[in-house]
Design a protein around this ligand. Structure first.
Ligand SMILES: CC(C)(COP(=O)(O)OP(=O)(O)OC[C@H]1O[C@@H](n2cnc3c(N)ncnc32)[C@H](O)[C@@H]1OP(=O)(O)O)[C@@H](O)C(=O)NCCC(=O)NCCS
Length: 173
């Protein structure tokens, strides 16, 4: 396999990252009401700010994956990891994440996954991740059938929510 390279994203990458984020939302059947414009604006904030790091994984100059993470006191919190639909089951997700792991030294890694995202869970478990905590959710009458913005989407408006037991109470979207 051609070697993969990881590079930090720039503002010019925001449209591509937003399109990939849209696919990530669809693929994990996340109840997000965010528009692609929202996602692009959020990517721009993450890229420009110091809270999250955003990186693209490239093969032969082509972006095949991206990741969004935060370097917390207790380790790395991976908020998003996505491998392009055209390149799945070629080992690129595993290889791309391995390159990221190298860049994070030996820091422990945490992430959240939606329980119905069986492919994502199978992937993380194949990489050695083990179940650590479970986030519970209760849909309420008038909550638009659960499709309201959830905690993860709040920072579309730039508001960071608090840390939970996992180091961050959000699943990836
Ligand atoms: C999850 C994802 C990153 C996997 O990327 P990938 O490049 O296809 O994964 P790899 O080819 O490196 O697979 C590594 C291992 O993960 C597991 N795996 C990956 N996809 C799987 C699937 N669809 N079903 C079952 N196991 C799977 C397998 O154990 C696989 O090893 P194997 O191919 O030797 O059997 C990719 O499908 C993706 O981006 N999905 C949408 C976004 C997402 O769900 N991200 C995770 C959010 S929690």
């Amino acid at each position: 396999m051609t070697a993969l390279a990881v590079r930090l994203a720039t503002a010019a990458d925001a449209p591509l990252l937003a399109a990939m984020n849209r696919h990530l939302i669809e693929d994990q059947r996340h109840h997000s009401t965010a528009t692609t414009a929202d996602l692009e604006a959020r990517m721009r904030r993450w890229i420009a700010g110091d809270q999250y790091a955003v990186a693209l994984v490239e093969r032969d100059g082509l972006s095949v994956a991206y990741a969004v993470w935060r370097d917390d006191e207790d380790g790395i919190y991976v908020r998003q990891f996505f491998l392009s639909r055209d390149h799945r089951r070629e080992g690129l997700g595993r290889a791309g994440f391995a390159v990221l792991l190298d860049s994070w030294d030996d820091k422990p890694i945490k992430l959240d996954a939606l329980v119905h995202n069986e492919r994502g869970l199978a992937f993380w478990r194949a990489l050695g991740f083990r179940d650590y905590s479970l986030i519970l959710s209760l849909d309420r009458p008038g909550s638009d059938d659960g499709r309201q913005l959830d905690r993860r989407d709040r920072d579309l408006s730039g508001t960071e929510d608090g840390d939970g037991a996992t180091g961050d109470a959000r699943a990836m979207a």
